[in-house]
Design a protein around this ligand. Structure first.
Ligand code: NAD
Ligand code: UDP
Length: 311
């Protein structure tokens, strides 16, 4: 059945892929964005589609629209972007959540929150299950993002308990793919752009810190499956690829796949940079019948092709 769906942050990396998928499934999509880190270019191909609507709006201000479902993605996601104006980042997560939950309550829509593995902070439990409460520095440089997202989760759960709002919470782990912003400072885009320009590849710290990267298509599949789960399941649920590797290994992989002459250089590790991250996806496998399908090499090849077309 055709649904009317609001995607906040729809002109961003993940949001733009989600809009395409939802339209392809026959839905009507309203994409709301203030273009802080997103770009019209990400959704330009959708503008002529009569079932697609582009709305310039900031979710820290209330917004009214009649829809069946809301995917709340609006929030800068890369450390350099969310640290640019930390107070605004907190407002986007917290006021944005309040505004979208208030809207969902009024129009009786189902609302999904794009939460993050950052709620686990620099984790002491490895891999991270949803039951882990995290290890976050509340006054550190990443706190505006981590604590904003943690507060948003709390708001979602309480609107559900107090006002019966139908909610879903997804904890997204590092995701990469085409349409990432080339200068957002995230590691996959940085390494690929540096390799394609034959510039030095910048590893922060000794490169032994780990992350687990999932390809965008796998995430979108997990998100839609979560939205479609029964009323009794609200999450949070981890969606990520458990294939964990060090940043040094990632740099070597990018060098191998691009055939670049770039050299690796080492720069200081940013404050509070988590040393390890790996999702426990037992719950996603059980409830969503989901697991990632695209391995790192396959995903990197597609992402490198995209960056070749824009760099
Ligand atoms: P992105 O920066 O590409 O997209 C975020 C979008 O939100 C942008 O289009 C931006 O302009 C918009 N936005 C920011 N503040 C806004 C505001 N106040 N009002 C309206 N729009 C606003 O980032 P992304 O990687 O696509 O991330 C999307 C969501 O997924 C974010 O909520 C992020 O926290 C979450 N997430 C992403 C990752 C990842 O690896 N990419 C991991 C965990 C969680
Ligand atoms: N990183 C790096 N070089 C870069 C950019 C990032 O070594 O040019 C490191 C960063 O310090 C972190 C990891 O890569 O340890 C992932 O960084 P990213 O910003 O992509 O995501 P997050 O830290 O939010 O998981």
């Amino acid at each position: 059945m055709k649904k009317k769906i609001l995607v906040t942050g729809g002109a961003g990396f993940i949001g733009s892929h989600l809009c395409v998928r939802l339209l392809n499934e026959g839905n009507e999509v309203a994409c709301l964005d203030n273009y802080f880190t997103g770009q019209k270019r990400n959704v330009i191909n959708l503008i002529d589609n009569p079932y697609f609507e582009l709305i310039r709006h900031d979710i820290t201000m209330p917004y009214f629209i009649e829809v069946d479902e809301i995917y709340n993605l609006a929030c800068p996601a890369s450390p350099i972007h969310y640290q640019y104006n930390p107070i605004k980042t907190i407002k986007t997560s917290v006021l944005g959540a309040i505004n979208m939950l208030g809207l969902a309550k009024r129009i009786k829509a189902k609302v999904l929150q794009a939460s993050t593995s950052e709620v686990y902070g620099d984790p002491e439990i490895h891999p991270q299950p949803e039951s882990y409460w995290g290890h976050v520095n509340p006054i550190g440089t990443r706190a505006c993002y981590d604590e904003g997202k943690r507060c948003a989760e709390s708001l979602f759960v309480n609107y559900h308990k107090q006002n019966n709002v139908r909610i879903k919470i997804i904890r997204i782990f590092n995701t990469y793919g085409p349409k990432m912003h080339p200068s957002d400072g995230r590691v996959v885009s940085n390494f690929i752009v540096q390799a394609l320009k034959e510039e030095d590849i910048t590893i922060y710290g000794d490169g032994k810190q780990t992350r687990s990267f999932q390809y965008i298509d796998d995430l979108i599949e997990g998100m839609i499956r979560l939205m479609n789960t029964g009323e009794d399941f609200i999450g949070p649920v981890n969606v990520g690829n458990p294939d964990e590797l060090t940043m040094l290994k990632l740099a070597q992989k990018v060098i191998e796949l691009t055939g670049t002459k770039s050299k690796i250089v080492y720069q200081p590790l940013p404050a509070d940079d988590p040393m390890q991250r790996n999702p426990d996806i037992t719950l996603a496998k059980k409830v969503l019948n989901w697991e990632p399908k695209i391995n790192l090499e396959e995903g990197l090849i597609k992402t490198i092709e995209y960056f070749k077309s824009i760099v």
